[in-house]
Design a protein. Structure first.
Ligand code: PRP
Length: 180
């Protein structure tokens, strides 16, 4: 994997410590409330698993699968639902858990979709955000790290379905995806 990786952007230790901080804030913000975590497959699997175990408040977990990237490296803006929630979220406090907000197109669609179901609240936790790539304003309540507009892999993030299992977040060498 070494030569496909350009550099490590966020280390395992930094991820662990950020999860702990954000879990503490979520525990406080949702104290006494019934919280439903909604993970967005497949990228959010790692962050969801780590966040859920770092929380002290009781939560439920559900999953949605949507697709926006295909096998390329740029957001298409076309969002398809591949798997819907099993849970009725009417009246529930929902926290969407994401690995990355890139253009914001996926989440902006998803938030509109979830709000139309009448939840008590909907907020977002995204481990990564690329401020320079945003194409639509999006209010992310909990952000792990703001990162440059580069192609990132690891900790759930893939390039053509590979590299998701890296325990850190790295940048992909341009030669892998046909860049310079
Ligand atoms: C990634 C990521 C977000 C979305 C962000 O998912 O998990 O859902 O792209 O991009 P955007 O802000 O530009 O819309 P992807 O569609 O690659 O699916 P995956 O989670 O299965 O890898």
């Amino acid at each position: 994997m070494g030569k496909d990786l350009e550099r490590i952007l966020v280390s395992e230790e930094e991820l662990r410590s950020k999860i702990k901080d954000i879990a503490g804030r979520i525990d406080e913000d949702y104290a006494g409330k019934d919280l439903l975590l909604v993970g967005v497959l497949k990228g959010a699997v790692m962050v969801m698993a780590d966040l859920a175990r770092a929380l002290h408040c009781p939560v439920q977990m559900d999953w949605m699968a949507v697709s926006s990237y295909g096998a390329g490296t740029k957001s298409s803006g076309v969002v398809r639902t591949l798997k819907d929630l099993d849970t009725d979220i009417a009246g529930r406090h929902v926290l969407v858990v994401e690995d990355i907000v890139d253009s914001g197109l996926t989440l902006s669609w998803l938030i509109r979709n979830l709000k139309s179901r009448g939840p008590a609240s909907v907020e977002i936790f995204a481990m990564l955000r690329k401020p320079d790539a945003l194409k639509t304003p999006i209010d992310v309540k909990y952000v792990g790290f703001d990162i440059p507009n580069e192609f990132v892999i690891g900790y759930g993030l893939d390039y053509a379905e590979r590299y998701r299992n890296l325990p850190f977040i790295g940048t992909l060498a341009p030669h892998v995806y046909g860049g310079k």
